[in-house]
Structures are given as structure tokens and as C-alpha cells.
Design a protein around this ligand. Structure first.
Ligand code: DAH
Length: 338
């Protein structure tokens, strides 16, 4: 019996393996429930008394050596596996899929960057608005015909609660709770009850700007717009067309000179070379008064632009619906503008 253990001890000492599978077989053979060592322990009671001590010692030694062997081989094999990965430098790398920024986010960040470099901070407001902040305080009282310009989604048939139709509502909120001087931008989603087409959507994004201080003039507005168009479109050639917004007086629409170099230019500028990019004007004194600002002391300008329109121009995107389809082939094409 003792010789039997000695044979096993030699076998364990001589064992070597190339694969993890071989090591596992060896482990089960020696240390498993039905393995040699369990069986040898079961034999213990048949060992003559005078040999029991030696038998016990040898058996414990066998168990310890078998365990040590298994551990050593497992470590060795794991090491050689990782080594072979390190050595094979010709293996193709594991591709890490890179996410892309949404074009609307890219343009929004860019617009915010340009204005923040001349001191505009950020302000935000809720997407579900009340009548006062979306319309009435902005000089658009109930039944005012200009409300028709912005078809509205009302919430739960309550005519007082709606999805904001423009970010101009944030102007009101900001003026109500802050003293001039005020210099803010507000970017966010707006909603209009419009039929969805290649040119318009019922959900889109705007950036709003507001500047209120003493002695702010139309010249300040124009200079700010020039700085902006230079920063975003690389052009200082702009024109201000008289327009109408209830919350500004005077009001203007801003066009940039896009050029007429190719067919696309002809199409998107309708053959004029000019493109409309935003609305603006001097904040109507009624709006200042509605928001608790003394219109005899302060004046200011405001502007608002659509981010989808901006992104469509900058990236030559023909259909506004593409922004919301979430087609990865579309989304992964955009790299941030420098
Ligand atoms: N709120 C206007 C719109 O959604 C855009 C706008 C025009 C905002 C003129 C302004 C502004 O602040 O001065 O059509």
C-alpha cells in the first residue's frame, strides 16, 4: 500500500501538461471526489497499524504535491496564453466603436462658444410653458393675430399650458428674476403644431439671445450679429431686412451672403445669393415692463435662430427629418466644426 502511494508521488512529480484540459483531467483524477486521493484515504482503515503513521504522512504529502502541481500548471498556462497575445503584434486590433456627436449638438455648442466669447451666459427654462411666458408677456396678448405665426400644442386641453413654441419664453423668465445688465443665451427644444415635411418639423431647436443694459442700441445688435456670422459662417456680409415680431420694435430678419457659385447655392438661396438665418430686434418696452424692468432706464436687443436651419446650411442637409430618424449612417458622418 505504501508503495502504491510512492508510485503516485512519482507520477505527480513527473506530470506536465500543455493544455488546460490536461490539467483539469489530472486534477479530477487526483483531487476529485472519486479521485486517487479519496480512494487512498478510504484505504486507511485497512492499513496495518504499524504502517498507519507513514501511510498517513505520505498520503498528506501526495495531496499537497498534487494541489501544488495543479496550481503551478494553471498559472504557467495562463501566463503563456497572455504571453502569446502580447507576442503576436500582427494580430488586428480590437476595434473600439466611436460614438459621434449629433449635428444639432455640434452646431448648438459652436453657437454657444461664439457668444460666450463676448460675455453671454446660459439660461434655461421649461419646455412645458404657461401662456404668460410663451405669449402674453412677449406682447402677444390673447386673440393677438400674431399668435397664428406659431401653431401651438396645448397640454390636456388647458389653454393656459402649452409646449413652448419658441425659446423667447426664457427671456421672460430670466428678466423676471434678474436685474440688468443681462446678457444671456438660451438653447433648447421648441414645439409647433406643424405638418412634418422636408423643410419643417413639429419639434425643433432654437437659440435665443438677450442683452439688456443702459444705452443698448441697434448698432450694438448689428455688431454682435456680425461677430456671430463671422464666427459661424466666416462672413461679415449680412443684411437686416425690416420685419415684424411682437416682442421687438424695430424688428429685423438677418440674411447672410452665401454666394452664388454653384447649382446648390442657386437652389438654397432661390437665386438671390442671400440666406435668412434669424430674427432679431430691439426688445419692445412693453416686454421690459411686463418683466419688471424699467423701460425708461434700460433698453436691449434680442435674437432667435433655428438650429436645424443652421445645421442644414452648414452641413448641406436637404431634409430636416434626417435629424430625428436616428439612422446611424447619417449620424456618424459629423465632425465638430473647429
Ligand atoms: N421667437 C421667434 C420665432 O420663434 C424668433 C425671434 C425673433 C426671437 C426675433 C427673438 C427676436 O428674440 O428678437 O420665430
Amino acid at each position: 500500500m505504501i508503495d502504491n502511494i510512492k508510485v503516485h508521488l512519482k507520477e505527480v512529480a513527473a506530470f506536465s501538461a500543455i493544455t488546460a484540459e490536461e490539467v483539469e483531467q489530472f486534477r479530477i483524477g487526483y483531487l476529485g471526489k472519486k479521485g486517487h486521493i479519496t480512494k487512498l484515504f478510504a484505504e486507511f482503515r485497512n492499513v496495518p497499524n504499524e504502517q498507519k503513521k507513514e501511510y498517513g504522512q505520505l498520503l498528506n504529502q501526495l495531496k499537497a504535491q498534487a494541489l501544488a502541481k495543479v496550481n503551478a500548471l494553471q498559472i504557467e498556462l495562463r501566463g503563456s496564453q497572455s504571453q502569446s497575445i502580447i507576442e503576436d503584434i500582427s494580430r488586428p486590433g480590437q476595434p473600439i466603436p466611436l460614438g459621434a456627436r449629433h449635428p444639432i449638438s455640434i452646431v448648438r455648442e459652436r453657437v454657444i462658444d461664439v457668444f460666450s466669447s463676448i460675455g453671454f451666459g446660459l439660461s434655461s427654462g421649461p419646455e412645458v410653458e404657461d401662456d404668460w411666458h410663451n405669449f402674453t408677456a412677449l406682447n402677444l396678448p390673447e386673440h393677438h393675430p400674431a399668435r397664428d405665426m406659431q401653431d401651438t400644442f396645448f397640454v390636456q386641453t388647458d389653454p393656459d399650458i402649452m409646449l413652448r413654441t419658441h425659446t423667447s419664453s426664457v427671456q421672460v423668465r430670466h428678466m423676471e428674476s434678474n436685474e440688468p445688465p443681462i446678457r444671456i443665451l438660451s438653447a433648447g427644444r421648441v414645439f409647433r403644431n406643424e405638418a412634418i415635411s422636408a423643410r419643417s418639423h413639429c419639434v425643433f431647436h432654437q437659440v435665443e439671445g438677450l442683452y439688456i443694459d443702459k444705452d443698448v442700441s441697434f448698432a450694438d445688435l448689428k455688431q454682435t450679429l456680425l461677430y456671430f456670422t463671422k464666427g459661424i459662417f466666416g462672413t461679415s456680409e449680412i443684411r437686416l431686412r425690416p420685419s415684424y415680431f411682437p416682442f421687438t420694435e424695430p424688428s429685423a430678419e438677418v440674411d447672410i451672403y452665401w454666394g452664388l457659385e454653384n447649382e446648390v447655392d442657386y437652389r438654397i438661396t432661390k437665386g438671390t445669393g442671400w440666406l435668412e438665418i434669424m430674427g432679431c430686434g430691439m426688445v419692445d418696452p412693453n416686454v421690459l415692463t411686463n418683466c419688471g424692468i424699467n423701460a425708461d432706464v434700460y433698453s436691449g436687443f434680442a435674437f432667435g435662430m433655428g438650429l436645424e436651419r443652421m445645421a442644414m446650411l452648414l452641413y448641406q442637409i436637404e431634409d430636416i427629418r434626417m435629424f430625428y430618424d436616428n439612422d446611424v449612417r447619417f449620424l456618424k458622418q459629423f465632425i465638430p466644426m473647429s
